[in-house]
Design a protein around this ligand. Structure first.
Ligand code: FBP
Length: 247
């Protein structure tokens, strides 16, 4: 097996700041602080983040991001204009160009259960092989096509196992609502780096509790956006998250 050095880990754990929301959700996710990509880069660089996720346009704008924080270029995403909940979400950036922007990793979302799942799996298959060739880490966003799937028994473990078998280095999953489901994912994918996604902004305590529970269940960190940059104090929230992950 080809083992890669993973630049997004510190002591085996990851604390990644996701900032692909302008693409995914549009401007409604932003406040005066977070609308400026420069502020997000400073936040990531000054608060111990082990990675920052951007789409290529912001990667160009802030180039060279990777001098300040390890960069992940997100290769696909669902725009807020889509009317259909279930759509084919193809890559808008190549692995080659992501590397030219200084990325050490590439991210890709597969909507599990989508009628287009097999197209996304096929596209990711090519991306994974090219990333291996170029010594880049792959991170799979493994999201259910419909919200209710998240509560299915074994959904999260099955999602992670698929990520493992597709050759992803790390996967990013939504909180399934129970520690037991996370433990199952850990058990069936011991070698896979599994990161918690944040979701809509929660009360600070609630989010931090979910994070603690996830780490107790054996997860390897976070790749979070709104629960950091929508909080009143993104820096103080970052410190709390860092303390929980790295101690
Ligand atoms: P959040 O922590 O803000 O949820 O960000 C993580 C993320 O995966 C982003 O990378 C992505 O834009 C967003 O969630 C998608 O969220 P949703 O599925 O709620 O639209």
């Amino acid at each position: 097996m080809r083992k890669l050095n993973n630049p997004f880990l510190k002591n085996g754990k990851a604390m990644i700041l996701a900032y692909d929301h302008g693409f995914e959700h549009g401007i409604s996710d932003f406040n005066d602080f977070s609308l400026l990509p420069e502020n997000i880069l400073e936040l990531a660089a000054n608060n111990g983040y082990t990675g920052l996720v951007l789409h290529k346009g912001l990667g160009e704008l802030l180039f060279p991001v990777s001098k300040k924080v390890p960069l992940i270029i997100k290769l696909n995403g669902k725009s807020p204009f889509l009317r259909e909940n279930d759509s084919l979400v193809s890559a808008d950036c190549s692995v080659k160009y992501a590397q030219e922007l200084g990325a050490k990793g590439v991210g890709y979302t597969i909507y599990l259960g989508s009628q287009f799942e097999k197209e996304m799996i096929k596209e990711f298959g090519k991306i994974q092989e090219e990333a291996r060739e170029r010594n880049l880490i792959t991170i799979l966003w493994l999201y259910p096509v419909s919200k209710e799937m998240l509560s299915w028994e074994n959904f999260t473990a099955n999602a992670c196992r698929l990520g493992l078998e597709l050759g992803a280095d790390m996967v990013k999953i939504k909180y399934p609502g129970s520690k037991e489901e996370l433990k199952k994912a850990r058990k069936y994918c011991p070698s896979l780096k599994i990161l918690l996604s944040g979701g809509e902004k929660l009360a600070e305590e609630e989010f931090l509790n979910n994070l603690k529970e996830s780490l107790e269940a054996g997860l390897d960190g976070v790749a979070v956006g709104r629960n950091i940059f929508q909080q009143e104090g993104p820096e103080s929230m970052s410190k709390k998250i860092k303390e929980i992950i790295f101690g």
